[in-house]
Structure formats: C-alpha cells, structure tokens
Design a protein around this ligand. Structure first.
Ligand code: AMP
Length: 430
C-alpha cells in the first residue's frame, strides 16, 4: 500500500521547532496585551461570498487560490451553500464585528488573532497551502477615532516593537498610500490609459489586468515587465488633499516615535479592500518570499459586506516566515532540559521517577532515562537533550547524595538531594 503523506503544501510541525512557534506566539500575545488588544477566534470555514465581496473577485486569492466547495447540507431541501477555507482573517474579523454589532459600543475595537489560513498557491520555501498568520485589527465607528492617522502609526510602531522583541533584526518597513476609494478609481483610470500602448508588450497576466484591474499590474514580478512598470504614473500623484495629509500625519508620527520606513510607490497590496495606508515589513533573510507581513487601512470594508461605516486598519504576519527568519538568524537554538536523570539499574527506576516528579514540580525541565540503559548510552542521551546528568544508583538512593555532571564545564560534583533543585537552577551549573 502506498504510504500516506501530508497533503501538498501542508506540513507537520515537530518539536523542537514547535517550541519556537510557541515562543513567537507568547511574545505576540504579550505585546498585543500591552497595546490593549483582545484575542478573537473566528471560524476557519466562511461563506465564499465573504471573500469575493471583501478581498475582491479579481485578486489572485479569490480568482484562483481558494479552497471552495458546495456544501449540500443533510436534507434534500437544504440549499447548497458555497463554503471556503479562509484564505485570510481580516474579512472574518470584520464579519464578526458587523454580525455582533460591535460598533454599537461606540468604542474602537482592537482584536488580534493567531491561526491557520489556506491558499492553493504553488508551494515553495516560505509559501504553503496551509500557513499560519498572526494579525491584528483596529476598527470602529468614525466618531471613535478609527480614521485617525495616529491609529495607523500606532499599529506600525507596535509591529516594530513586536519584531524587535522577537529578535528579528534587520527588517524594513515599506510604506505607501493607495488613497481613498475615489483616489483609487481615478488612479485606476489613469493607469488604464497609460497601459493601453504598453500592455501588449507585457506578460499575459498584465494584459488581462490592464483591462480588468490595472492596479494589480504593479504587483507583477515578471522581470521583463519591470522597466515598463517603472515608467507608469505613480499613485502619489492621484491622491486628494485629505489622503495626502493623512499620509503626512502617519509619517510624522512614525518620525516622532523613531520608527524607520521607506516609501514604496508600487506597494498596492494583493487585496482589493485597502484604502490609504498600505505597508509591508520585509526581511532580506527570506529570499524570494521576503514579505514578513502586510497590512493597511480598509475604510470601506465593513460596508462592502453589508455593515455600517467602520474604518479600520490591520495587518497579517506570516508566522511560518517569522520562524524561517529566526532560524536563519540563529536566534533560535532549541533549549535543552535542565537535567537528565540516569537511573543505574531498573531497581532504581521508581526512585528516579519520584525525583523527576519533585524537580519538575519545582519548575525544572527534566528528562528521565531508564535503568536498563548502560551508562554510556545514558550519557549520550543526556548530552543530546540536557545540560546536566544526574546519576542515581542504589548508593545514591540510600545516601541521598547524587552525582551531577555539568556538560558545559565537564565538572562532576556530589550534591545532597535537598540542594539539588537550587544547583540545577543556577544557569552555569555548579
Ligand atoms: P497577505 O494576507 O497576502 O497580505 O499576507 C500577509 C502575510 O502572510 C505575508 O506577508 C506572508 O508573510 C504571509 N503569507 C501569505 N501567504 C502565505 C503562504 N502561502 N505561505 C506562507 N505565508 C504566507
């Protein structure tokens, strides 16, 4: 029988790498809590129209990457409903905001989420069909201050803090404004005109986009198209005064907070719902898939899915890519256990379990060997997994004095059981 494997584009996360995932999530939760964000958990399955109405029909995500199926229900009379595994989480968060009438509170709502997303992309390093995003959203009625450029700057400053606290050095913040819906419509028309003479020389995707959604041409990665794209009009020249002053206020606040950024005129992002501020944080260590995270403002999204006016701003970071970046930076050495207990002979196994219980309850990380192992085998196993080995034979059980060897110093000492936990807690050992 053929062996079964994880589905293409999905993978198992195994220890010790999962410890890094947990550390990233713990750091993110800690930072979000300090900025007063609360966690939201929305369903993985949503009605397909949520994504076509928000992310946009013409985007790569909706036009070719979603895992969608017709769900028939169990009764003949049930209507078939088109369902989709969520390809991103902002749409689900805004749906929940509308569904639970969270705007009625009159306050800004600040959410974060951590969870899997699904896109049928061509898998490669850093790009998967099931991947995890850590994201946050600030949304609320305009009178709660949801349109303020200060919110944009605060979210960007929070991201800079989060990446710094994760130990991700060397990130770049790329920033742009795609203006209001009206600015974008104007720019789309300007681009459409500018593309008429040059589109025939461009890739097939761009030829199609030049007609259906000219803005998307700026996302093109085909090398031969790049010189042509560089000559196209810039969106900055199509912004109205309000969008310009919004952007200026965002950058002024970033300057005041000391958060560095560069302006990228082509950053229009792959989702239709963005307005005004758009951004990406990139990292050189990631190769072709260099975007750590992306986000922006989405002032019309709530209305697009039938909700009240509820401007907002948010981002999603690729957790898989955070892991890859940290591994590349070698900031992610797996932690070793505090001690490995090596019982000498099976008669000592039970006493060894009792000692392990005592130490673990005292907060130490302990690996427990087995009395059937020869001493050499115990030493090899201990050296791989722990910083010290505790040798426990019948003499040690009787005397209550244990032999402890510290692998980093090579020093072996006799330690009374009552002092053991204290010795194991000292970082360098005794
Ligand atoms: P997006 O929702 O497309 O704005 O993506 C936000 C972030 O999610 C990106 O910057 C990536 O870090 C991550 N991401 C998006 N698609 C994938 C994928 N297929 N595999 C891994 N990470 C992804």
């Amino acid at each position: 029988m053929a062996t079964l494997k994880a589905v293409r584009g999905t993978r198992d996360l195994l220890p010790p790498e999962t410890a890094l995932w947990n550390r990233i999530e713990a750091t993110a939760r800690d930072v979000f809590a300090r900025y007063n964000f609360g966690e939201i958990r929305t369903p993985i399955i949503e009605d397909t129209s949520l994504f076509s109405r928000s992310v946009g029909e013409e985007t790569d995500i909706v036009s070719k990457e979603m895992f969608t199926w017709q769900d028939r229900g169990r009764l003949r009379s049930d209507h078939a409903q088109s369902l989709t595994l969520r390809p991103e989480n902002t749409a689900g968060v805004v749906r929940a905001y509308v569904e639970h009438k969270l705007g009625d509170a009159g306050q800004l709502q600040k959410f974060y989420y951590i969870g899997p997303q699904f896109r049928r992309e061509r898998p490669m390093k850093g790009r998967y069909r099931q991947f995890s995003q850590i994201g946050a959203e600030v949304i609320g009625p305009p009178h709660a201050g949801s349109e303020s450029p200060l919110r944009d700057a605060e979210v960007l400053e929070m991201l800079a803090t989060l990446l710094d606290e994760l130990g991700i050095n060397g990130w770049t913040l790329e920033l742009n404004s795609v203006g209001s819906a009206a600015d974008r419509a104007r720019y789309n028309e300007t681009l459409r005109q500018a593309l008429i003479p040059v589109a025939p020389k461009m890739c097939e995707d761009c030829q199609r986009r030049a007609v259906t959604n000219p803005l998307r041409v700026l996302d093109c990665k085909v090398p031969e198209d790049q010189p042509i794209i560089d000559t196209l009009p810039k969106i900055a020249d199509s912004l109205d005064d309000d969008s310009k002053s919004h952007f200026a206020a965002v950058t002024a606040a970033l300057d005041a907070a000391g958060v560095p950024y560069t302006r990228n005129h082509r950053l229009v992002r792959g989702l239709d719902y963005y307005t005004r501020t758009t951004f990406e944080f990139t990292h050189g260590g990631l190769g072709a898939q260099n975007a750590l995270l992306g986000g922006g403002r989405y002032d019309g999204l709530s209305e697009a899915i039938g909700g009240p006016k509820a401007p907002g701003i948010g981002f999603a970071m690729g957790e898989d890519r955070l892991v890859l970046t940290l591994q590349a930076l070698e900031a992610a050495k797996p932690e070793k256990a505090d001690a490995y207990i090596a019982p000498l002979g099976e008669t000592v196994n039970a006493a060894a379990l009792a000692l392990a219980r005592e130490l673990r309850r005292g907060g130490l990380t302990v690996e427990l060997g087995d009395g059937s192992f020869r001493l050499k085998k115990s030493f090899d196993a201990a050296d791989r997994t722990a910083r010290r080995i505790i040798i426990m034979g019948e003499d040690e059980v009787a005397s209550g004095i244990l032999t402890v060897k510290d692998f980093s110093t090579g020093i072996q000492t006799k330690v009374p059981r009552a002092e053991l936990a204290g010795v194991l807690k000292t970082p360098g050992g005794k």
